[in-house]
Design a binder for this molecule. Structure first.
Ligand code: BTN
Length: 262
């Protein structure tokens, strides 16, 4: 895979340097260990399998060998750390563009950053902050189910892969190179403008929650409402049954669709 990715890489900085491992505990954890000691803007870490793949909210990310993408990209932003959360939506959009480019099918995005095909989650993103002296870095980890043929246990209901949903296998190297290409372009725009104005419309076109009822699991009290779109900083706009508009921040609450996974 190493040679293949290098041949396809069209970026200036994203994925340079790039480290590939047969197996790691977690590509995010590897980047965190390295970036905690030295600046590594652009570093990409990929693995063929992970022994302790991490999902959001402390969940496990199943990471069987050779079939899927486990990648983590590190950036050292010029903008303040409170803007870093937006990068997770930037990465979701980059991954959606890459899936469309490589497979010809555009996936949906379930806010904030899951990719969905055929009602199944095919990609998850975990963004973490790394603090180092007076600087900070951000690691954005992407787990994309590419050629996995089946899922076990409770994942059977909710998870899918490009292979299960589209009935064909795809090159992981091509997908990784494409994700990096789009991310690099979007990152430059995000850095320049400081928010998601540049891609809000495109993001909302793919947003599977748009115009649908969602259940917001706010620690101060859960409520149900209609998802209306996102703000320029990436919060989900939800109008509840009383007409009150909530701006839902991904860091604090989780949102469930009322109909199956979406
Ligand atoms: C989610 O729960 O939806 C996020 C899943 C993120 C998984 C990826 S796989 C590569 C990187 N390394 C990890 O341990 N997690 C992320």
């Amino acid at each position: 895979m190493r040679k293949e990715i290098l041949e396809q890489l069209q970026t200036v900085w994203a994925g340079r340097p790039w480290l590939h491992f047969e197996t790691l505990d977690s590509t995010n954890e590897y980047v965190k260990r390295l970036a905690g000691k030295q600046p590594v803007h652009g570093l990409l870490v990929t693995a063929d399998s992970q022994s302790a793949g991490k999902g959001r909210r402390g969940r496990v990310w199943q990471s069987p060998p050779e079939t899927n993408i486990y990648m983590s990209l590190c950036v050292e932003p010029e903008f303040p750390a409170d803007r870093a959360a937006g990068l997770t939506l930037v990465m979701a959009l980059a991954a959606a563009e890459a899936v469309q480019e490589v497979t010809g099918t555009r996936p949906g995005i379930k806010w904030p950053n899951d990719l969905v095909l055929g009602g199944k989650k095919i990609c998850g993103i975990l963004t973490e902050l790394i603090l180092r002296d007076n600087a900070y870095a951000v690691v954005t980890g992407v787990g994309m189910n590419v050629n996995a043929g089946q899922f076990f246990g409770e994942l059977q209901e909710t998870a899918g892969s490009l292979q299960t949903e589209l009935g064909a296998t795809f090159s992981r190297a091509q997908l990784i190179a494409s994700v990096l290409k789009y991310f690099e372009v979007f990152y430059a725009q995000y850095e320049q403008t400081g928010d998601l104005t540049f891609c809000r419309e495109r993001y909302e076109q793919s947003l599977v929650n748009l115009g649908k009822e969602v259940r917001v699991l706010d620690p101060r009290g859960a409520y149900t409402g209609m998802a209306e779109g996102i703000t320029n900083t990436g919060a989900l706009i939800v109008t509840d049954e009383t007409g009150t508009v909530h701006l839902v921040d991904s860091g604090e609450v989780s949102v469930r669709g009322l109909y199956g996974y979406v």
